[in-house]
Design a protein around this ligand. Structure first.
Ligand code: GDP
Ligand code: MG
Length: 711
């Protein structure tokens, strides 16, 4: 077994990028905090030394779950060396953590990352001085450009081998004396055997976890308290602030001595930010960008590729040749149909959407990685806050455009339990990659010329998050002012081709694997149910088990505009995986039957709904209970069935309500149907909305105390 090296640093300083380049692994890199919420380990390429990637932390006094993960590992995992990644463009904030890491008694090597950006900024830095002042070796690197990382590993392994560690910095007079005194007391009474200063500081700060772990006898504790209180009296502040101030003092001092700032000028990033985070322009710009992304992915390039793959490739080439081959070998007719209609029809129609998924993720990962999405989180914070949600909730929602499972997990960065619960409940409203095919298929079939339809699902999702936030805040268990959201806006940069390609490949791979497993099984089951009756005899679809189950439940969906057995069955199959919705139509309407390049499924489903009903169908699928994988994740993260069931009930209820409204009001507007019902609904709805907006929030003053940050 080799050495074990931990990567620690602030969120977004490049830890995962460095981890990937050192271990050759493919962890997810994103340009905002909270992407890594669990620790990951891997072997450094060509060695048996272990590297551990930790979630980002600002300090060793953890506030949220992922910060606890990082601190616990540093304290109890006994790494041989810590590589402290310092973002060179943000030295001041990053060094604050360094002051704490150097107190752990583990060798610390500073990796000064983002040197490529730093050099461009025109600032200058004296590395030798930085080494002397911090007491740690300093290696300038660029994780993104992969430069100098070999040197970094050499230095880190060296430090691990020799235990090379120079003493930490000293606090000024009185504080240092008090720390020494408390440390000595802890040692004397046998409460600790090493790391006296670190424990002394934590005890003086009255850190709950450390106090619990040390279990200090009352007498010693009383002694320590009186020493600490003496210090607090003399410096007229509480001990935690005294220590924090001292650290900042130290950091400022280092920066003054080792960094020479270039004369202040507005950088390119600042100029772009003036526009994209502008109070009035920010949201329209974001809407325009997301509309463009969905438009290109769903309606243009993507849709050509999809039609070709489903109709020509799977429909004619694969299915045609396979049928000929099976017929020539005397295969039973039902088996030919299972392969053609069930498997090729179902799985093929899902795989057809791979190009659209790939294009979507090309754009989204570009937007994430270049730094724009971090701005969006910031913009959303301004918006969400008015409705009692924290901007931190938006980050899981961004990740949710890929898949709700990692999105729900990433809500761990939210400290406040109520905020976290609410975020977990609302994240599945954001269209994930598995729901995209539903929208693409429906939009293609019913609204081929209306380009707003598919993108609108994204905005319906966000709108529902906000609306639900307003509603849920009315309940006592969600009341309260959202936790503050502090986030550094990273500098814009050109993403590397590699990291975008990795992300796109990752998502498409997950999609393809799912098509080959869960969807494959789902399709086989659906095909049998579609072709057998309850007596297990082969029959026409209309007499099948599937039709009888679907027909039984279908009346429930009648007011929503899709009360036929086919779409009912499609909705139900979506619980297993959302791709199944599309696959079910693929099986029912036989992609394999396509004789021309016209989109066989599209022309058939257009008989099932009115366009309004079709839109309601999309809304229902967008909002209703997510797939089993997400439910399992919700169960784990919410810690039990109570909240999981509440979440599923809330989501499905909202889905039903919204689809109902769309269908009723839409039918009245466009087809002159049920006008009276629609008017009643609209009045009730308006009254409800008014009540929601004017009645006070449970927690009180959320929207009153909030002041908009001026840019
Ligand atoms: P983590 O949160 O610390 O794990 O940070 P990530 O590894 O996810 O990186 C955050 C962002 O910084 C990503 O957009 C990276 O592409 C970018 N990044 C990381 N290292 C460098 C670097 O050396 N130079 C530049 N220009 N960008 C970097
Ligand atoms: Mg990371």
């Amino acid at each position: 077994m080799g050495y074990s090296i931990a990567l620690a640093g602030n969120p977004n300083c490049g830890k995962t990028t460095l981890f990937n380049s050192l271990t050759g692994s493919k962890q997810y890199v994103g340009n905002w905090p909270g992407v890594t919420v669990e620790k990951k380990s891997g072997d450094i390429k060509g060695t048996d030394d272990e590297l551990v990637d930790l979630p980002g932390i600002y300090s060793l006094s953890p506030y949220s779950l992922d910060e606890v993960v990082a601190r616990d590992y540093l304290l109890n995992g006994h790494p041989d060396t810590i590589i402290d990644i310092v973002d060179a463009t943000n030295i001041e904030r990053n060094l604050y953590l360094t002051t704490q890491l150097t107190e752990l008694g583990i060798p610390v090597v500073i990796a000064l990352n983002m040197m490529d950006l730093f050099e461009k900024s025109g600032d200058k830095l004296d590395i030798k001085k930085l080494e002397v002042l911090t007491g740690c070796p300093v290696v300038p690197v660029s994780a993104l450009k992969n430069s100098n990382v070999d040197a970094l590993i050499r230095v880190a392994l060296d430090a691990a081998k020799t235990g090379g560690f120079k003493p930490l910095f000293h606090y000024s007079g009185l504080l240092q004396k008090t720390i020494d005194k408390v440390g000595a007391l802890l040692l004397r009474d046998g409460i600790i055997t090493e790391n006296a200063s670190w424990f002394a500081i934590k005890v003086m700060e009255r850190d709950g976890r450390v106090l619990k772990k040390l279990d200090i006898p009352n007498e010693t504790m009383g002694h320590i308290e009186s020493i600490t209180q003496d210090l607090e009296r003399r410096l007229d502040d509480d001990s935690e602030s005294i220590i924090t101030d001292a650290r900042y003092q130290f950091v400022t001092d280092i920066v003054d001595k080792a960094v020479i700032k270039a004369p202040d000028s507005m950088t390119m990033s600042d100029k772009i930010d003036r526009i994209v985070t502008n109070r009035w322009l920010a949201l329209p710009i974001f809407a325009l960008i997301m509309w463009g992304v969905y438009y290109v992915a769903v309606s243009t390039v993507g849709s050509y590729a999809t039609t070709w793959i489903t109709d020509v490739f799977f429909g004619q080439i694969v299915s045609g040749n396979l049928t000929a081959w099976m017929e020539a070998h005397g295969t039973a007719e039902w088996l030919i149909s299972l392969v053609n209609d069930g498997i090729i029809g179902g799985v093929g129609s899902v795989l057809g959407f791979v190009p659209q998924i790939m294009i979507l993720f090309c754009f989204i990962s570009f937007l994430e990685d270049c730094g724009y999405m971090a701005r969006v989180a910031f913009i959303m914070d301004r918006l969400f806050r008015r409705f009692g949600l924290s901007g931190k909730s938006f980050i899981p929602m961004l990740i949710g455009t890929g898949c709700s499972v990692p999105a729900i997990m990433s809500s761990r960065t939210i400290e406040d339990i109520e905020d976290r619960r609410m975020t977990i409940m609302l994240t599945p409203f954001i269209p994930c990659s598995a729901k995209l095919p539903i929208f693409a298929m429906i939009a293609g079939a019913f609204f081929p010329t209306q380009t707003w339809v598919a993108p609108s699902m994204y905005f319906v999702g966000i709108g529902m998050v906000i609306l639900s936030g307003i509603i849920l805040k009315k309940f006592p268990f969600f009341a309260g002012v959202p936790a503050p959201f502090v986030m550094e806006l990273p500098k814009y940069h050109m993403p590397s081709f590699r990291s975008i390609a990795l992300h796109v490949w990752d998502r498409s791979k997950a999609f393809i694997i799912k098509a080959g497993t869960v969807i494959f099984i789902g399709c086989t089951i659906i095909w049998f149910l579609e072709n057998l009756n309850w007596q297990m005899a082969f029959v026409e679809p209309a007499e099948s088990i599937l039709a009888s189950i679907g027909g039984f439940i279908a009346p429930l969906f009648l007011p929503l505009g899709f009360g036929n057995w086919q779409s009912t069955v499609a909705v139900l199959s979506g619980i297993l995986a959302k791709e199944n919705v599309v696959a079910t139509f693929g099986i029912l309407y036989g992609v394999a039957d396509a004789t021309e390049n016209t989109g066989a499924v599209a022309s058939q489903i257009s008989q099932l709904f009115t366009p309004v009903g079709a839109y309601a169908f999309m809304v229902f699928n967008l909002l209703a209970s997510p797939c089993v994988a997400s439910i399992a994740t919700m169960y784990r993260e919410l810690g039990g069935w109570k909240w999981t069931l509440r979440a599923i009930g809330f989501q499905t209820g909202m889905a039903y309500l919204m689809a109902f409204l769309v269908n009723q009001i839409g039918s009245a507007l466009f087809y002159d149907q049920g006008t009276v019902t629609a008017v009643v609904i609209a009045v009730v709805l308006a009254a409800l909305l008014l009540w929601l907006l004017i009645s006070d929030y449970h927690g009180g003053k959320t929207n009153l105390t909030y002041k908009e940050t001026d840019l």
